[in-house]
Design a protein around this ligand. Sequence first.
Ligand code: PAF
Length: 283
Amino acid sequence: MKIINSISEMQQISQAARRAGERIVLVPTMGFLHEGHASLMREGRRRGELLVTSIFVNPTQFGAGDDFDCYPRDLERDCALAAAAGVDLIFAPTAGEMYPVGYQTWVDVEKISLPLCGASRPGHFRGVTTVVTKLFNAVLPHLALFGRKDFQQLAVIRRMTADLNLPVEIVGMPIVREADGLAMSSRNAYLSVEERRSALCLSRALNDARQRYRQGTRAVTELLAGVLAIIGAEPKGVIDYAECRDAETLEEVTTAGDDTLLALAVRIGTTRLIDNCLLGEEN
Ligand code: PAF
């Protein structure tokens, strides 16, 4: 498995693959890969001939005070996981390659970038949409896969791809969880043993809300009251947001339906975790 650092070399490889009639699949990541990423890669392997994973901890999607400097990195381990999942090429540019001196162009999706993570992390999605556009231009994929744990990110990227007529099919993949329900995330590595246990309040709150929904509760205030009670009972958990929104537009809803998104961001100690579900989904 080859590691490419240069954008122009990546483009040349992708252009040759396209000329040979190959379908190029991209799994964009920030590294410190886990089983959630591996599930995207395995699906990507099924869907194309050239499977590329990008590993780039993108500085422009981190705000001041965010965890850019200490974000976990382990390229050697990532390469082993990617190779085992069938990846052909790792695209791992440097920050200087992606944002050279004089860089000044941004991609900004307006409305659906504003609530939820957009409200608590101003500028975050501008960094995401900019880097994803640049990764698309470097790798020239036919298809790109993203996890649904970052539900808003997926919605924003779908909007951007449609609005800019980018010729890339966007595929969203299910959240992968640990056996006890914790959604897989590179940031789980920050959790102490005690915090790891506390972090289960996110999936517990989501499961409880889905159960109440199945039993007939439709008032969002009532569903959220249950969520707040479960997370509030966890001394280490501080809610950043807990909201119900339309899964497509991300607009607020007051009455829940099968396609209502329940999205959570919770600080467990100093680690900010996100998780979500659709209220009507079985599991
Ligand atoms: O989800 C991520 O890991 C990142 O936000 C992404 C899509 C790779 C962009 O840096």
